[in-house]
Design a protein around this ligand. Structure first.
Ligand SMILES: Cc1ncc(C[n+]2csc(CCOP(=O)(O)OP(=O)(O)O)c2C)c(N)n1
Length: 374
């Protein structure tokens, strides 16, 4: 179904969400229609954040907002669903549009399989009536469902549309970009070279995929890399747990700006714990590049200022390759809690593959490499 028809039937006047590649037609349409004009459309830090912003909108206007997200975000939204929106508490209605990754029977990446299997069950459990939108859903079907949903919404309850792969379309292609020159993959190559035998914890999305391919291309094994597939926003906390408990090893966390924003509180916790063996690199392309390039709020904030205020001992920033080389050397030698922001272009290789080993294999090899040498 064309996204213009879809949104017209939904009838929401305010949208907030976290982008998803499967919902790209909706994300692109929202950017084309509203941009990021915050009274109409907010790309939020995480899905719980979306639900809360949408709740504020409802309190202010009495109208029904729409929250869009990948099903990976269901976990982030469970708390506000159970404690803010639920009819036994404030009874705040909203429409969720959920991209269904890992739908049973459809091949997808390991991190989507379990979440895909429980997507609708979780909504059921949370008391959110849900309807699956697929390629064959007609505007008439959707209007009928929405008619029913209006009554549910009027009773102060939430509803959801679970969107199958390819169910939504948008005729226009929106392209996203910025003025920076370095690409994430080139930056990763430099990090790998400088890190040598150090351990690298990569954020979810294309960062981990590129790191995997870089190791393959140079004939190295993957044992020094933990590819955080899924769990967006948590790789720096994984790195913190590692760094504190293996003080004799060095750890590089390679984060994305979207992921960093998703759970930015982690920076305060890292800054307070101050492990000297952790280098936190934020690849800041101001975008959710892995799911299509829709903007994050990071382009408008000073990430280094945040890191400094959170207590990182050394705070660096690189915009060019020369600066990057100097910063990486300094980070490697400093042996102190370091934050390095790297301003990057939006984009990646078209032929980027996926890891050919499983997360379980990754874990076993990583733990073995960590044990080696004490
Ligand atoms: C909780 C959660 N919400 C949404 C997603 C979908 N998702 C995967 S990667 C990604 C974008 C990550 O952006 P960023 O951290 O800036 O890295 P980039 O892709 O730009 O390198 C999103 C939104 C997810 N995996 N998990």
């Amino acid at each position: 179904m064309n996204v213009e028809t879809f949104t017209e039937i939904l009838g929401a006047e305010f949208y907030t969400g976290v982008p998803d590649s499967q919902l790209r037609p909706l994300c692109d349409w929202l950017i084309k229609t509203y941009g990021t004009e915050p009274t109409r459309h907010i790309i939020a830090a995480n899905e719980g954040n979306c639900a809360a912003i949408a709740a504020g909108y409802h309190l202010a206007t009495g109208k029904v907002p729409c929250v869009y997200m990948q099903n990976s975000g269901e976990g982030n939204v469970v708390n506000p669903l159970a404690s803010l929106l639920n009819e036994k508490i404030y009874s705040i209605p909203m429409i969720f549009v959920v991209g269904w990754r890992g739908e049973p029977g459809i091949h997808d990446e390991p991190q989507h399989i379990f979440q895909g299997a429980i997507t609708c069950k979780l909504l059921d459990l949370m008391g959110v009536k849900n309807f699956v939108v697929d390629k064959d859903t007609s505007p008439e079907d959707l209007r009928g469902v929405m008619e029913d949903y209006r009554k549910v919404l009027a009773a102060g309850k939430c509803v959801a549309f679970v969107v199958r792969k390819g169910a939504l379309t948008f005729d226009e292609k929106i392209s996203y970009g910025n003025s920076f020159v370095m690409h994430r993959e080139e930056v990763l190559r430099k990090i790998v070279d400088v890190a040598e035998q150090d351990f690298i914890i990569a954020t979810t999305g294309k960062t981990g995929r590129e790191l995997f391919e870089l190791r393959e291309a140079s004939g190295q094994n993957h044992a020094h890399d933990f590819l955080t597939v899924g769990s967006m926003g948590h790789c720096s906390s994984i790195a913190l747990g590692l760094a504190l408990h293996r003080p004799e090893k060095n750890f590089w966390c390679v984060d994305g700006d979207g992921a960093l924003l998703m759970h930015m509180g982690a920076l305060a916790v890292i800054g307070a714990a101050k492990p000297r063996n952790l280098i936190h690199v934020a690849i800041n392309n101001g975008a959710h590049e892995s799911v299509g390039g829709m903007p994050t709020a990071a382009a408008q904030i000073d990430l280094t200022g945040v890191a400094r205020a959170c207590g990182y001992s050394e705070v660096l920033k690189a915009t060019s390759f020369d600066e990057l080389d100097a910063c990486l050397r300094r980070a490697k030698e400093a042996r102190t809690l370091t934050f390095l922001e790297v301003e990057c272009a939006v984009g990646s290789r078209k032929d980027l593959g996926r890891p050919t080993t499983t997360p379980a294999e990754n874990k076993v090899a990583f733990m073995k490499a960590l044990r080696a040498g004490g």
